[in-house]
Design a protein around this ligand. Structure first.
Ligand SMILES: [Zn+2]
Length: 276
């Protein structure tokens, strides 16, 4: 997560919704994403396909926006223009609003009365809360998974780590950011608790957003060797080590962020003019 700027750049990202919505959900790592994405149909076909088709078309729009946020193609603070999304996706306003409502429920989008929908800008306090929650949940999930590891699960984790390596090798930062988040979703999925899995999905997406706001240039959020060490511990069914490694890994991610900034958008003139 190296070079994103700290401030949201609504101007620069103004055209991103068109690009994001037009692009189909990537084929990689669908195992970590909801299954409906694979069969998503455009709106025109939805009428013929009935409720299932409509649901999957809504899901496809949701996933396009989710991926765009996770991959930093849509930055915090960007306005999501309803009309433009209708135009690009062929979906009705009602459907776009439905997607916004879901993203707002997941705290990724903020709905402002009379102004519209914006990609959320989590505060420093919210960022700390997300990591605090992740530190509570994910080490326990890693331990749980270590206890129920199977060769098939370990193979699947290693395949995912390989995808991360490939993205890194071809310098595809967007995919790297998304895949490193999806590694955590995959772990949660395999640990077999649907409620915690849903929670992790939401926290991972929020973390991607937090990284766009607070990362220090040059600091990678998920070091690949840490994912591999985790997989090794899971393969060895060493629950205590898996738990400890996950706790350390999350500390490293949080440590790579600059959460020392004041929350207020007002400039701190005292520190600007202070010579001491
Ligand atoms: Zn990670």
């Amino acid at each position: 997560m190296a070079t994103t700027s700290k401030k949201a750049a609504p101007g620069a990202a103004a055209k991103a919704p068109r690009r994001a919505a037009a692009k189909a959900a990537p084929k990689t790592s669908q195992k970590a994403m909801p299954k409906a994405a694979a069969n998503a149909a455009p709106d025109e076909e939805a009428g013929q396909e009935g409720a299932a088709g409509e649901a999957s078309a809504t899901e496809a729009i949701y996933l396009s926006l989710l991926y765009a946020i996770m991959e930093h193609r849509l930055l915090a603070g960007t306005k999501l223009v309803e009309e433009r999304l209708c135009e690009v996706t062929g979906a009705s306003r009602a459907r776009i609003r439905q997607v916004f409502a879901r993203l707002a429920h997941e705290k990724l989008v903020t709905l402002v009365p009379n102004r519209g929908a914006f990609v959320s800008s989590p505060t420093v306090d919210e960022a700390r809360e997300v990591f605090q929650a992740r530190r509570v949940v994910e080490p326990a999930l890693a331990a749980e998974l270590a206890q129920r590891a199977t060769p098939a699960k370990v193979r699947s984790l290693r395949r995912h780590a390989m995808e991360e390596d490939n993205a890194r090798a071809r310098g595809d930062r967007a995919a790297m950011i998304r895949l490193s988040g999806e590694f955590h979703i995959l772990l949660a999925e395999m640990a077999g608790n649907a409620i915690l899995e849903k929670l992790i999905r939401e926290m991972v997406s929020l973390t991607c957003l937090i990284i766009t706001l607070y990362d220090r240039p040059g600091a990678p959020a998920c070091a690949e060797h840490e994912h591999r060490q985790l997989i090794d511990a899971i393969e060895q069914r060493d629950a205590a080590r898996a738990s400890a490694l996950m706790a350390e890994h999350l500390e490293h991610i949080e440590g790579s962020l600059d959460l020392s900034m004041p929350d207020s958008g007002a400039p701190d003139f005292y520190s600007i003019f202070s010579k001491g």
